[in-house]
Design a protein around this ligand. Structure first.
Ligand SMILES: Cc1cc2nc3c(=O)[nH]c(=O)nc-3n(C[C@H](O)[C@H](O)[C@H](O)COP(=O)(O)O)c2cc1C
Length: 334
């Protein structure tokens, strides 16, 4: 398992799986690593929960053999608690620790965590300094462009975080008030990168290898973070790697989509147990099967069953139908 990455790790061209609560868990990270994701993040982990020894929080640190270097993403508002939980994350085998300063969710911001810290750079600085001083691993941070369109202080936050010894910053270029919709302002990422000496990881609306080409051109960033574009489409990492290496990207065939989906189901069940694993898989089906004709029927079949055997049987039927209709051919790269 890769550990303790060098600080310069983030200077090199890389594509990573974004922190996504409920999605970026060990099975999906392993699938993405197998298709070329260079590193990955856990979803949000509560620093309070981890420091208090909550099982649910600790389980989010679980990793699988073969995963890419992993950043454990912590949220909270108490510097001492964050430092303590960062040490726990470091001890669990994380390659680096990431601090969440961008989560817009009410439950998080009402406790002064996530994006609320974009409004309190004094506290953000105390947190960053406490965590950097505590862990012997690189510490990264993920910020938004600000709290609202009128309070876009990402340049100020970035300069402060660099001064604290943060190794790299991801900018999700939307203010908290914008949530996840509306345009992602890639030009803000370019401005942040130009203003700092530490690497900036570009994020926001990368859904294809063509988007990767464009975001690296606009921002000048080496590393790119992919969230929604990877859900049910981990092949995006293979396509990006091809583009980064000057090769023509190859899209996934429907047959390959089914193979990877089947592997995902098996990993999920092995990791979470059958009941939870199958339930957690349901949100992925529509994305894996997006390019399939008659997707509604397939999805209905898959989401209606409870056991792994039934899911595998449904997948076998879908595969048979595809072959019968000659629709398992490769698709064009995105
Ligand atoms: C379902 C979902 C869960 C997310 N959870 C987190 C999270 O736990 N931590 C975080 O920093 N961002 C989280 N995000 C935001 C993503 O990391 C990313 O910044 C955002 O989706 C924009 O990138 P994208 O357009 O590539 O998806 C989440 C996004 C989605 C869609």
């Amino acid at each position: 398992m890769p550990r303790g990455i060098r600080k310069s790790f983030f200077d090199e061209p890389r594509a990573c799986l974004a922190p996504m609560a409920g999605y970026s868990d060990a099975p999906f990270r392993l699938i993405c690593a197998g298709l070329g994701a260079d590193f990955a993040f856990t979803g949000l982990v509560s620093a309070d929960g981890l420091a208090r020894g909550m099982k649910k929080s600790a389980a989010l640190l679980d990793r699988l053999e073969g995963e890419a270097p992993l950043g454990v993403q912590l949220f909270g508002a108490n510097p001492e608690t964050l430092a303590r939980s960062a040490a726990i994350a470091g001890g669990s085998g994380a390659s680096f620790v990431d601090l969440n300063f961008g989560c817009p969710v009410k439950k998080v911001v009402t406790k002064n965590g996530g994006a609320a810290l974009m409004r309190d750079l004094v506290l953000m600085e105390r947190i960053a300094r406490a965590v950097v001083a505590e862990v012997g691993l690189p510490v990264t941070a993920k910020i938004r462009s600000g709290w609202s369109a009128g309070e876009r202080n990402f340049l100020e936050a970035g300069a402060m975080l660099e001064g604290c010894g943060i190794a790299a910053i991801t900018l999700h270029p939307r203010p908290r008030s914008q949530g996840f919709s509306g345009p992602a302002h890639w030009e803000d990422i370019a401005r942040l990168r130009e203003s700092l000496s530490i690497p900036v990881i570009a994020n926001g609306d990368v859904k294809s290898a063509a988007d990767y080409r464009e975001i690296t051109r606009v921002t000048g960033c080496a590393s790119v973070m992919i969230g929604r574009g990877a859900i049910g489409n981990p092949f995006i990492f293979r396509e990006i790697r091809a583009v980064a290496e000057g090769r023509e990207p190859r899209g996934a065939s429907n047959a390959e989509r089914l193979d990877v989906l089947e592997r995902h189901v098996k990993l999920q069940v092995a990791h979470f147990g059958e009941r939870l694993g199958i339930r957690e898989m349901r949100k992925f089906y529509r994305w894996y099967l997006k390019s399939f004709e008659g997707i509604k029927k397939y999805r209905g079949e898959l989401t209606g069953v409870e056991t792994c055997a039934e899911v595998l049987e449904s997948l076998a039927c879908i595969r048979e139908e595809l072959e019968k209709n000659g629709r398992s051919a490769p698709q064009k790269a995105s």
